[in-house]
Design a protein around this ligand. Structure first.
Ligand code: AMP
Length: 216
């Protein structure tokens, strides 16, 4: 199975789709955002620096991202993975090429989840997450938790991500346009980019992804 890289605006459903791919096909889900949140919670020497950047909706330095990515790729021993949220800059994309060459990772496809800013913001503002990895949305009837604020799977209290505010969403979207759009153009020019309409619902998005996986 080919590895997958997701590139998409914030709150477009990268994490949700990665979890679906993990459940159905056994992909390892590598989310740089999740790894950074773990770093923040660990109280490590990097945690304050990372926290300050994430809480302003800015991008963490390429050096930190590439280091945590390399560490993670070294632990998964060649199993197929979904890379969620990386590369987000051209510098990351270039270094990932070198890293993949070094680790002998050859086959990957790049999926672009396309979603307009207004819909992405609504999803961001309605999102609730559980520490077990499940994600909900209070503005979508089908994605609301069965019991208010409790996870359907493990009953833990749901949380709002600290960067899911209107102000921080706008910052994150701006850095997506300024820094990540060129990465999309780069993979598009190489003929590697697959376009996915992420505006309808998670099932429709997943069906398009499955079609691409089965063709590749
Ligand atoms: P996400 O969970 O993918 O929405 O990421 C949450 C936040 O983590 C982002 O707004 C950035 O501050 C940071 N982050 C995640 N991935 C990257 C990356 N590849 N490069 C730089 N910053 C990142």
């Amino acid at each position: 199975m080919k590895n997958i890289i997701f590139i998409a605006p914030p709150a477009s459903g990268k994490g949700t789709q990665s979890e679906l791919l993990k459940e159905k096909y056994g992909f390892i889900h590598i989310s740089t955002g999740d790894m950074l949140r773990e770093e923040i919670n660990s109280g490590s020497s990097l945690s304050d620096e990372v926290k300050n950047i994430v809480k302003q909706g800015q991008l963490v330095s390429d050096e930190i991202i590439l280091q945590i990515l390399e560490n993670k790729l070294n632990t998964i021993k060649g199993k197929p993975f979904v890379l969620d949220g990386c590369p987000r800059t051209m510098n990351q994309a270039n270094h990932i090429n070198d890293l993949f060459n070094r680790l002998d990772i050859k086959d990957f496809i790049v999926l672009y989840l396309n979603l307009d800013e207004k819909t992405a913001m609504e999803r961001s503002l309605g999102r609730l997450v559980c520490s077990c990895g499940k994600s909900y949305n209070i503005y979508d009837e089908k994605l609301r938790p069965k019991v208010d604020n409790k996870c359907d799977s493990c009953s833990k209290t749901l949380l709002k991500r600290s960067d899911d505010t209107e102000e921080l969403f706008k910052e994150r979207f701006k850095s997506y346009i300024d820094k990540t759009k060129p990465v999309l153009d780069y993979y598009d020019n190489l003929g590697m980019l697959k376009y996915i309409d992420a505006s309808i619902n998670r099932e429709y998005t997943f069906s398009q992804i499955e079609e691409i996986i089965n063709e590749s």
